[in-house]
Design a protein around this ligand. Structure first.
Ligand code: C2E
Ligand code: CA
Ligand code: CA
Ligand code: CA
Length: 277
């Protein structure tokens, strides 16, 4: 009778574990996802508008669930930022970029990959230690890694300034992301060490529409030019938007007009075919 009792006990414990896993909180699920390294990266091509050449890509993280489904970053990045799990997730993004594209980046020095920084990394500069540890073991040059920082990282502006300055000393390029959506004016950002501005999709969307914000888009472009910054327009979906941006000397564009974010192998194909064109 004892073996039967033991069997029942094990069965009950098993059911309890199964149930508790099913009822895991979102945070609990995210902890397990980090531990099981369930994060992968898709790459959205960045195009030089004048020539149509693919000059690089933005690394965009996705959570691949065990059932194969992909979770969009907007659905887990906020919780990841709040809980600090964004730090190990960022490390997995860096590792994915190296594993996915290390060979391509070594073969084509003109290509760059942009990585999104979380607010914590902008303040602490921790990401520079991660990159400083990993990149020298690869053939990737520091200049091939662009770092995108949003205004959320500028709460402690002096700390942000120090991180961005160090990033540029290392040879990385610094881009200010989602520009225009936050509270800070260009005036405020003026003194920051940076190389490029990414114009948020919400501004690109207004191009061609007869709205007050469409003139704001023009002003942002003009201001970026006076500050001698490169401009990347994101969320370019129509030829009309691309033509406007080109006419206003915006160097780079990124959006569905050119390509959606692609799995690594598809991005490598895209880049190869774009070269052949
Ligand atoms: P973001 O940095 O502004 O990235 C651009 C987002 O716009 C991406 O969404 C991209 O797929 C989408 N997009 C690009 N072109 C178009 C277009 O033509 N039309 C439309 N409708 N959408 C377009 P995604 O991949 O869902 O990423 C959302 C946000 O999640 C990103 O916004 C970024 O803030 C954050 N994120 C993504 N990957 C990372 C990461 O590795 N680390 C951190 N900290 N944040 C990340
Ligand atoms: Ca970005
Ligand atoms: Ca952006
Ligand atoms: Ca955006």
């Amino acid at each position: 009778l004892l073996p039967v009792g033991a069997f029942i006990a094990i069965f009950i414990v098993g059911v309890v574990i199964w149930l508790s896993r099913k009822r895991l909180s979102p945070l609990g699920e995210l902890v397990i996802a980090v531990r099981k390294r369930e994060f992968i990266v898709h790459y959205q091509p960045i195009i030089e508008l004048k020539t149509g050449i693919c000059v690089g890509a933005e690394a965009l993280v996705r959570w691949r669930r065990p059932d194969g489904s992909l979770v969009r970053p907007d659905l887990f990045i906020p919780l990841a930022e709040e809980s600090g799990l964004i730090l190990p997730i960022t490390d997995q993004v860096v590792e994915a970029v190296i594993a996915d594209l290390g060979a391509l980046l070594a073969a084509d020095r003109s290509l760059h990959i942009a990585i999104n920084l979380c607010a914590d990394d902008v303040t602490s500069g921790r990401i520079l230690d991660v990159l400083g540890d990993k990149l020298p073991k690869t053939e990737i040059a520091a200049g091939q890694i662009w770092l995108e920082a949003t205004e959320r990282g500028f709460i402690d502006i002096e700390a942000a300034r120090a991180t961005l300055a160090r990033a540029r000393e290392r040879g990385h390029l610094v881009a200010i992301d989602d520009f225009g959506t936050g509270y800070s004016s260009l005036q405020y950002l003026q003194g920051l060490p940076m190389d490029a501005l990414k114009i948020d999709k919400s501004f690109v969307d207004t191009i061609g529409r007869n709205s007050a914000t469409s003139s704001v888009t023009g002003h942002i472009i003009e201001m970026a030019k006076t500050l001698d910054l490169q401009i990347v327009a994101e969320g370019v979906e129509t030829e009309e938007q691309a033509d406007y941006l080109k006419a206003h000397d915006v160097s780079f564009g990124q959006g569905w007009l050119f390509s959606k974010p692609l799995p690594a192998a598809d991005f490598i194909d895209y880049h190869r075919n774009a070269k052949a064109r």
